[in-house]
Design a protein around this ligand. Sequence first.
Ligand SMILES: *Cc1c(COP(=O)(O)O)cnc(C)c1O
Length: 430
Amino acid sequence: MSDAPAYGFDTLQIHAGSRPDPATGARQTPIYQTTAYVFRDADHAAALFNLQEVGYIYSRLTNPTVAVLQERIATLEGGVGAVCCSSGHAAQIMALFPLMQPGTNVVASTRLYGGTVQQFSNTIRKFGWSAKFVDFDDLDAVRDAIDDDTRAIFGESIANPGGYVTDIPAIAEVGNAAGLPLIIDNTSATPYLCRPIEQGATLVVHSTTKYLTGNGTVTGGAVVDSGNFDWSASGKFPSLSEPEPAYHGLKFHETFGPLSYTFYGIAIGLRDLGMTMNPQAAHYTLMGIETLSLRMQRHVENARKVAEWLEKDPRVDYVTYAGLPSSPWYDRAQRLYPKGAGALFTFAVKGGYEACVKLVDSLELFSHVANLGDTRSLIIHSASTTHRQLTEEQQIAAGAAPNVVRVSIGIEDADDLIRDLDQALAKATA
Ligand SMILES: *Cc1c(COP(=O)(O)O)cnc(C)c1O
């Protein structure tokens, strides 16, 4: 689809990146279940290995099925290229990898997916990287946290579990003033509800495990580049601006321009870290993306109905959902996320920890799982599961207080979801 930008979102989610298979005419994207690709001749092989010609060598780096997904996600996000990875967490490491050196840091929002807080607090230290966590609603604090060793700013568009939505344009302005790229994890919003690049982000990461695949079948991740950051301007990004010894001194930014970050992710990142998405996973995610907008509309519609019902229920203390006027982020969500504030929120049950555990055990339609973004409605009591190692103080700070449960609202009949919550709340608070 050479004239892709002329099409609307609903068309692009089905067509971007895909074309009938040149060998067979197959209309659906085939699963290219192959490890390697035959070179035309020795010169062709040499050109591929020198990065003088783009093509397929080995599926740790590139695969035609995965390539279609990369192009589709990049198109939906309004980026120039994308690298798919084996999971969302792999994509986060992949996003930082071209930017960081030992001794550098990333300034990150305090309101992040729990696994990301863990990855950034502990695991990245093994690479000599570190993270400084700050409240993204305090722009002065973000500015103050940036130092000479900062290489990126990292936040989530819609951050679970607390119903927080990030003011991406305001944070992007801080990043621009400091000459730093802003990375936005857009997993919970998806490009249907939010396109971070249009709001000033440089890079977008996804756990494709969630809404992009949409039905809880495979793990995956993606890093999308806007293509509009000057990696050579400050001298802070030598991986992209300086000669690369593994490719005869090639300079990625000088050679590949706006595609340099994506090519570095594939040619160095996937080659040496190996956190590759497999073609089966890419196939499931391509299937899911075809219906993304339809699912997101229903996710949002159901989330709003369920949140409104819960907020009025006397057995519930409060609901944190940016789609409700009671949320401190309601106005921001209306302005920056006009199609909806997603389908993830938390609510507090009267009766505290014990009532929450009983509620989760009494639900029949909701599944008790550590996942989100499924067609099915999901629930988890964070304090007794994902956040049980934390002190009560840390649980409260993370939006996972003992009296709170988190739901990921699916695309079932909203009335059925409400009836299930009603009967379970009766048992939980009896
Ligand atoms: C799930 C999730 C991740 C991690 O993704 P995996 O695919 O589980 O590795 C990162 N960020 C957010 C917002 C998530 O929901």
